[in-house]
Design a protein around this ligand. Structure first.
Ligand code: HEM
Length: 428
């Protein structure tokens, strides 16, 4: 047990705090995406791009009464303006659900720095930057290659594989668990946390709260283990880190660990899966990259643009009119970086995936002060995952007669991706 008074189990009592304001979940199919949108609607999950395109042309900032009231901008200009405007839009919660966290969770929020507003945000973010620098990420590349190869070894000899379930999903889980110093044997549990918290936004509030508590109890046990036996990893680093000359509070530490665990997993898993899905359905691009691996980094940016996996939320701080919309305090705004990436105002032929697109100022990693801290890491994982896969399997396609299943919610990527490996590739 720790002698550091910060880590007494009394801290856990603060996790039993008030739930904040909640509203009843409205479920069922959407009647009109301009006035009743829902990002968990089956049509959105299956193929959101035509929905956003129609909205951009007819109603560029859509509204819904679901989730207690929310707005959806689909133009790059609006998405960018909101992401940069931390005065009028707060990050107190970035996951749209039927529950708004209590106001007194500011300035840190539940998972700093993503749930923090400036000026607290700035310092909470600064604490994390060294761990995700290009040099720190470079050191992780050799073990990532080795791990991808071991996953591919396990598939050896099979004609039919699931590239999402048997390959993509394992890579970020292993990388972030190693960085945080969590047991590799907990990988299934880590994926369960992701599913519980990110994909089940319409579950009853009490159930969601219990799941958040489950995650924090797990993180608490990891913190206690690391206090007993410090390691050279991110958990020990956070325990010893300081902000304004003071050690971080235990809730700050656990919140940041929760963020890294969740932000690091299904985002990258989705990006790897969507890229493999593209290659399975576009044989010319697949052949091109299999023959010219040096073209992968440019192609990868195009996959990140076209299939950007992450949409974030904000809460409106005070009643106001914004671009003609009567926004109310505590309304949600879905900041759709994926929709911004398909805006014809910024990208020529935005619905065309051109793997050699030269000018590609996409916002898959966000815009403004919260821009992704893990982008170097995510890019390394995505590049290595594609390089190793294409080296082993230059020729593959979707398995005929099986469905690809995409995740619902704010992180979109294939969760079932049935692939047929072709043994006699067509010579190019
Ligand atoms: C392809 C993979 C990824 C994508 C597309 C992605 C996307 C994003 C986006 C859009 C944001 C902005 C959030 C906002 O505006 O509210 C963000 C923030 C963040 N991401 Fe990522 N991310 C990825 C991978 C990762 C990884 C691997 C990590 C680390 C393990 C990570 C850690 C973070 C953190 C800590 C923030 C919060 C930064 C802040 O609030 O200052 N991400 N990410």
């Amino acid at each position: 047990m720790s002698t550091d008074k910060r880590f007494s189990d009394d801290v856990l009592i603060s996790l039993d705090g008030p739930l904040g304001a909640s509203n009843d979940a409205v479920v069922g199919p959407v009647s009109d995406f301009a006035t009743d949108f829902d990002h968990t609607d089956e049509r959105w999950i299956e193929n959101p791009y035509p929905i956003w395109e129609a909205l951009r042309a007819e109603c560029p900032i859509a509204h819904t009464d679901r989730y207690g009231g929310a707005w959806l901008p689909t133009r790059h200009e609006d998405v960018s303006a909101i992401a940069y405007d931390t005065d009028r839009f707060t990050s107190r919660s970035v996951l749209m659900s039927n529950n708004r966290p209590p106001l007194d969770m500011a300035p840190a929020g539940i998972a700093p720095p993503i749930s923090s507003d400036p000026p607290f945000h700035h310092e909470a973010r600064r604490v994390l930057l060294p761990a995700f620098s290009p040099r720190a990420v470079e050191k992780l590349e050799a073990s990532t290659i080795e791990f991808c190869d071991s996953l591919l070894d396990a598939l050896e000899g099979r004609e039919l594989v699931d590239a999402a379930a048997e390959y993509a999903q394992h890579i970020p889980v292993r990388v972030i668990a190693n960085m945080l110093g969590f047991p590799q044997s907990d990988a299934d549990l880590h994926r369960q946390f992701v599913h519980d918290l990110l994909e089940s936004v319409n579950d009853p509030i009490e159930e969601r709260f219990e799941k958040v508590q489950g995650l924090f109890m797990y993180l608490w046990a990891q913190i206690q283990d690391h206090i007993a036996e410090p390691q050279e990893d991110l958990t020990t680093y956070l325990i010893n880190a300081e902000m304004h000359g003071e050690p971080l509070t235990p809730i700050h530490i656990a919140g940041t660990m929760a963020l890294l665990l969740l932000a690091g997993i299904d985002t990258t898993w989705s990006a790897i899966g969507a890229s493999i899905w593209h290659l399975a359905t576009h044989s010319e691009d697949r052949e091109h990259l299999a023959n010219r691996p040096e073209a992968i980094p440019t192609a990868m940016e195009e996959f990140l643009r076209a299939y950007a996996p992450v949409t974030m939320a904000r809460l409106v701080k005070e009643d106001m009119e914004w671009q003609g919309c009567p926004m109310k305090a505590e309304d949600w705004v879905l900041v759709s970086f994926p929709a911004a990436n398909r805006d014809p105002e910024l990208f020529e032929n935005p619905n065309e995936v051109s793997i050699d697109r030269e000018v590609n100022r996409h916002s898959a990693f966000g815009l403004g002060v919260h821009r992704c801290i893990g982008s170097n890491l995510a890019r390394m994982e995505l590049r290595v995952a594609l390089e190793r896969w294409l080296l082993r399997y230059p020729s593959f396609q979707l398995e005929a007669g099986r469905e690809v299943r995409w995740s619902g919610g704010q992180v979109r990527g294939p969760r079932e991706l049935p692939i047929q490996i072709l043994r006699n590739p067509v010579p190019v």
